[in-house]
Design a protein around this ligand. Sequence first.
Ligand code: NAG
Length: 526
Amino acid sequence: KVDQHQGQLLVGPGTTLRVAPSDTAGLRVAHAFSDMLARMGGPSLPVVEGLATPERAAAGASIIVIRLDANARVTSSEGYVLDVSPGEARIVARDESGLYYGAVTLWQLLTANQKGSTFAAPAVHIEDWPQFAWRGLMIDSARHKQSVEEIERILDQMALHKLNTLHWHLTDDQGWRIEIKRYPELTRIGAWRTPPDAGKNGELARYGGYYTQDQIRAVVAYAQARHITIVPELDMPGHAQAAVASYPQFGVTGERPTVSADWGINPYLYNADDNTLHFLQNVLDEVMALFPSRYIHLGGDEAIKDQWNASPAVQAKMRAFGLKNAEQLQSWFMGRLGQYLHDHGRHLIGWDEILEGGVPGDAAVMSWRGTSGVEKAIHAGHDVVVAPDPYLYLDYVQSSRDDETAGRLPVRSLQSVYTFRVAPKGLPPQQAQRILGAQANVWTEHMPSDAHLQHAIFPRLDAVAEIVWTPAGEQNWQSFLTRLSGQLDRYRRQDIHYADSAFAVNIDVSRQQALATGTTTVTLSN
Ligand code: NAG
């Protein structure tokens, strides 16, 4: 709900942030807000405890009140009420994340209208809360690894888009990226691959790297301060070649492959035996100690069963358990680890293949093969996160313009992301409640650098943010495009390399210049 009023609020060096004494949530959010504004060249605003209204003769002496209030008029957690009037902005919410999102909205209003270190926001009354609780982005750090700084930049942007879940894809055939103290070979061997032309024509002799546990703890804390939960993924039983290259005794054949240096679906699976499950449980102990998330992602996708089908030991095990096929064996495998997570107060989430042989009831399903998995998961009694290929796969190129970077075809335009509806039409309300939310997935086979990654994510992330926050009935492509021009300006000021090519129609030169300097409000077409 948005009501426009007369007048505007000026925020500048004379503005103070006000929080109630002992409102620690308000205090944290006030400091976070001051940081957000300072990053845009704004003043670092003093935070004062005490709500008493000061003399406000001069416009420069405006105040911003940030306050927890159990009676705030919001109907869900993470919601907020923001009142902007000349001289004062007031953010109230029932929980800290609500205060944070109110602060983000105020930041958006102010940064649309900046002159030097003074910002202006129109007078307005807003009551706002998200449509979905899971508003996510998946980053694949296995195919190409990002620096900690880059992950933090993405987290900053996620927070400013009111996204709250980073799904971190940390292991795959091409690399194992998380330090596990008990099994050092996972990163000594598994974190490195030899490119096909290693050492020739400037190709690296080896590609790789990993995140240390100290780095991960820092990233988790960085995310927490921005109200983002990181859900780690260890992919299994397939996409496991880097792990099998490190510890062949936990593979099916005992043979040691190299860490894969090309893309596609590889045959190496974890073995389906107690030793291997024990190894994975030990790995999960360290993972759970690092990541406090309710969910732990155990993959489950694209595990082609050739090695299990060819192994006499695995076949004997299936017969002994009375299992009819290898899908049921995968289900047994995932079920054992799901139970382990459950015993530790966590929940399994996995790609929609986990439905094939059945999966524990408290597991959530991440539906990626189109959208068919959504209703299947719901009918089987599971919560579901909507993350469909191709609609929300940001590894597809976003334009057919000739300045688009190389990547996967066909084109997934900004508009096609924006017009994707998270909840299938006609789903009865009690079933729709099973939809936790949605996320976009950034697979990085074709993204060797930070610039590639940012190009793929921005501005499509704006479309993702809106379809998970705003009710479907209020989404409007034309309105989105109009608002986007201010957002592109913010990206430029934050040095974010969004894709100009997202605008499928070549923007003519004068408009491009206007965009580049940020001097004009342009209407974008797509
Ligand atoms: C799928 C794979 C993924 C790959 C991506 C793009 C899932 C769940 N699995 O084939 O490993 O990177 O598409 O090529 O998406």
